[in-house]
Design a binder for this molecule. Structure first.
Ligand code: 0X9
Ligand code: ZN
Length: 307
């Protein structure tokens, strides 16, 4: 319940995370998984029932890949906070099943820039060996993964919002997250990317019309999650693959991890709904409900997969 403001710059988030680590030294471990182009740290926060007794399985949750998607970052920070509120049965169930690894700000350079210069900035702020002479430079981190890289839903123009970079993992941020998650294999049972907006639960694959062999199972898990999400305040999320319900896009994080053998890989598009104009900019009063929806659906995930 600490994170109630939409606007929280990298330094404030860093102190929030370090304060949690001091308050819960047996449960919270903050790790710097890499450094951005502009020199900021990328943090992964492990929340465990007991750090000295690691679980066999883990879940990874990543938010803030896209700079302007502030509600995703606020919801990921609230997830950390809610997992530590031990009075909630949900939290103890979730921590009994898994170690949780949360990367609340995957793109801290872009996030800072969305505060200081351009509220709707999407990408990181990296200049590659081939320079970009436009102000909207940077790599779209959700196009930079090795999952059919550089094809659907990308532009070759470096100033474009869906510019994927010169090669897969050209971005420091994707490299850092890839190394952190792969370093936790084979324990990683689930990977969730948290984006906004449109109220969608996206399943693999996002890059073309193919589906993984276990798609029917992934879909039934998603439907269970969305039913529990709906109990918070009646929000209805549509589940499906991006080509079916959004648009195809190559180089996405969750596709990469699904291809790497992570069983459960999903991408959230949080509230508001797609009919909301400029849904990236929403008032901080929405943080509690949207955060609770993310949390409830992850509780539902644990409920169904541990049955
Ligand atoms: O375009 C994206 O990266 C995501 N939508 S957003 O409005 N948050 O930018 C959707 C990504 C879905 N994943 C893939 N298609 N790989
Ligand atoms: Zn996004």
């Amino acid at each position: 319940a600490i994170q109630t403001r939409m606007c929280c710059v990298a330094v404030q988030i860093q102190s929030f995370l370090l304060a949690l680590q001091s308050a819960y030294p047996t449960k919270v471990k903050v790790t710097n998984i890499g450094t951005t182009y502009e020199g900021r740290n990328i943090y992964a926060v492990k929340v465990s029932e007991n750090l000295s007794q690691p679980k066999a399985k883990s879940v990874w949750v990543e938010a803030g890949t896209h700079a302007r998607e502030w509600i995703a970052i606020a919801s990921a920070l609230n997830l950390i906070d809610k997992l530590l509120t031990a009075s909630r049965t949900e939290s103890s169930t979730m921590l009994r099943a898994y170690d949780w690894n949360i990367v609340p700000v995957h793109n801290p350079d872009g996030y800072a820039y969305s505060h200081s210069n351009s509220r709707l900035h999407r990408k990181n702020r990296q200049v590659e060996s081939r320079p970009c002479y436009f102000s909207n430079y940077g790599i779209d981190l959700n196009r930079n993964w090795d999952a059919d890289f550089g094809k659907a839903g990308t532009t070759t123009q470096c100033q474009g919002d869906t510019y994927p970079g010169m090669s897969a993992f050209a971005a420091r941020e994707t490299t850092a997250l890839r190394n952190a998650v792969l370093g936790d294999m084979p324990n990683v049972e689930a990977f969730f990317s948290v984006h906004c907006y449109s109220e969608l639960m996206l399943l693999p694959h996002g890059f073309n019309n193919t589906k993984p062999a276990d798609y029917a199972h992934l879909f039934s898990v998603a439907e269970h999650m969305m039913r529990w999400l709906e109990t918070v305040r009646g929000t209805y999320y549509l589940s499906g693959t991006p080509p079916e319900i959004l648009y195809s896009a190559s180089g996405g994080a969750y596709d990469y991890f699904k291809l790497q053998g992570v069983k459960y890989a999903y991408t959230y598009e949080l509230s508001p709904s797609s009919s909301t104009g400029n849904g990236f900019v929403l008032s901080a009063t929405h943080i509690p409900a949207v955060s609770e929806e993310l949390f409830m659906s992850l509780w539902a995930f644990v409920d169904i997969v541990t049955k």
